[in-house]
Design a protein around this ligand. Structure first.
Ligand SMILES: C=CC1=C(C)[C@@H](CC2=N/C(=C\c3[nH]c(/C=C4\NC(=O)C(C)=C4C=C)c(C)c3CCC(=O)O)C(CCC(=O)O)=C2C)NC1=O
Length: 248
């Protein structure tokens, strides 16, 4: 059982239990990708598996699971709401590299500095954040330009031990996912005249993530630049692509 497999299984079980999950198309050639890395003597297979669903109020629920031996494990799990809801994005970036673990977990806001928005989507999880931050201290350096895309309840940490990931990070992941599902249940469509604001805010986030995906270099090394760009724009952050075909 790889490090983040339990996270993925828990998430899919919970989503199945609490939402009317439907399929979301994964472009051909991106469901499962494998490559050998390392020298002939120390060859290591790196497998990337994609999962995707949709549900009422949720445009895309998707995960990219990268398994490359003990030194490389990644689970990037993001929930993208439909464009007529102002729900935040559920964003989990769980990364294990030779240097240790890097954990980013947040309800990523559409309107970070809007007090009413914070009241609705950050205040309700503030106690959760404080509870988990005790075991998950701040991870330090973090790209300035990414800060507008994170809430005040952003759990960002770099644990050294696997055990911290298996216990405290997993507990935080479960609590944040449960809290997010509560937001989804309570969410009402936004008013007509807010639709364009929500759409612009979603596109701002998608464009940033697609442009600055920290995994781009890693994917290029394993699977080549062409596959990587298509994976990022055609699946991981595909809203712009989807809108382009909708409104030619
Ligand atoms: C809005 C921006 C945003 C992020 C940057 C990530 C949150 C995040 N992820 C990070 C780092 C990081 N993230 C990944 C993996 C992924 N990050 C992704 O968006 C996807 C789709 C990944 C894979 C499937 C890897 C492999 C690293 C390590 C890169 C390296 O050190 O070589 C970092 C560290 C800084 C960095 O390397 O850029 C942050 C802050 N989530 C977000 O929402």
């Amino acid at each position: 059982m790889t490090l983040y497999q339990p996270f993925l299984e828990y998430a899919i079980d919970e989503l199945n239990r609490s939402l009317d999950l439907g399929p979301y198309p994964i472009p051909a050639g991106f469901e499962h990708k494998s490559a050998m890395t390392g020298s002939a003597k120390k060859a290591q297979e790196v497998v990337t598996t994609s999962y995707a669903y949709r549900a009422p109020k949720l445009r895309q629920i998707r995960a990219a699971h990268v398994r490359g031996g003990k030194q490389l494990q990644v689970l990037n799990f993001v929930i993208f709401p439909e464009l007529h809801y102002d729900l935040p994005f559920f964003g989990a970036d769980l990364v294990t590299l030779p240097g240790g673990h890097l954990i980013a977990l947040d309800m990523q806001p559409l309107f970070r500095d809007d007090p009413a928005y914070k009241e609705r989507y950050t205040s309700p999880i503030w106690e959760l954040f404080q509870k988990h931050q005790v075991n998950l201290p701040w991870g330090g350096d973090f790209p300035e330009e990414a800060q507008p895309f994170f809430s005040d309840a952003f759990l960002w940490t770099r644990p050294k031990e696997d055990d911290v990931v298996k216990t405290h990070v997993f507990a935080a992941f479960k609590d944040y996912l449960q809290a997010y599902l509560k937001f989804v249940k309570a969410a009402k469509p936004v008013l007509e005249d807010c639709l364009s604001e929500v759409r612009e805010a979603q596109l701002r986030y998608l464009r940033y993530r697609a442009a600055k995906d920290p995994a781009r270099g890693m994917f290029q090394r394993f699977y080549g630049p062409e596959w990587t760009e298509e994976y990022i724009h055609g699946f991981l952050f595909d809203l712009e692509r989807k809108l382009a075909v909708q409104t030619p």
